[in-house]
Write a protein that binds this ligand. Sequence first.
Ligand code: ADP
Ligand code: MG
Length: 240
Amino acid sequence: MINVKDLHKSFGSLEVLKGITTEIQKGDVVAVIGPSGSGKSTFLRCLNLLEVPTSGHVWIDDEEITHPKTNVGKLRTKIGMVFQHFHLFPHMTVMENLTFAPMKVKGVSKAEAIAKGESLLQKVGLLEKRDEYPSRLSGGQKQRVAIARALAMDPEVMLFDEPTSALDPEMVKEVLAVMKDLAETGMTMVIVTHEMGFAKEVADRVLFLDQGILLEDLPPKQFFAAPKSERARDFLEKVL
Ligand code: ADP
Ligand code: MG
C-alpha cells in the first residue's frame, strides 16, 4: 500500500529525514514514535506531499507520488489526514465540514454527502452535533469530527499526527476509541503518537525514528519488550 525508499528531506541545510525505507501493507496500523524533532511529522507529511521529499521515492498503491507528474489533488483524495490541532473549518457547521470536500472535490451530490455524513457522525458518536459550529465543541469532539471529515472522502489510508496531544486527558480515550474502531475495519493507518498503550494494543508495527533515522521497525510486542537500539531503550525509559 505504501512503499518508502531512501526518503530524504532537508530544510535548507537541516537534514531532517536521512534515508527512510519501509513498507506498509494494506490494513496495517503503524505507530510512529520517537523524540520531539526526530522527523515524525515530516515523514508523515512526505506521504501526502504536504512536504516534498528532497530525494528518494514513495509509492502509494503502486503509484509513485514522488514522480514529478503526480496529480497531488488526486493523491490527497486517497489519503486522509488528522492533525494535532483539528483544523476544522470554523465558519462551517459540523455537517458542512463533512460534506464540503466530497461535494467540491469529488462531485458527490448533496443528498449523498449528507447521508454519508450522518452515518460517519453516528460512528463517531456525534450525530446530535451535526448543526453545531466547531467552536461549540470540546477538543475530543472536534477531533472526532476531524476524523469523520477525513473519512468522508473514502480514503485508502489515514495519517494521524499526534491526534490526542492537544486534548485534555479525559478526552484522549474517546478519540483513541474511534481510532481503534477504525483500525478494526481494516483501514490502513499511520499514526504518530505518544500514546504508548495505544501503540502496544492497536498497532501492528512500531516505527521508531530518531534524528531522521528509522532505528526500529518491529511488532509492538518486540519493540516494547526488547528494543534493539540504545536510543529506543532510553526513549522508552523516559516515556513509560
Ligand atoms: P517531530 O514531528 O518528530 O517532532 P518534525 O518532523 O516536526 O519532528 O521536525 C523535525 C525537524 O525539522 C525539527 O528540527 C524541525 O524544527 C524541522 N522542521 C520541520 N518543519 C520545518 C520547516 N517547514 N522548515 C524548517 N524546519 C522544519
Ligand atoms: Mg511532530
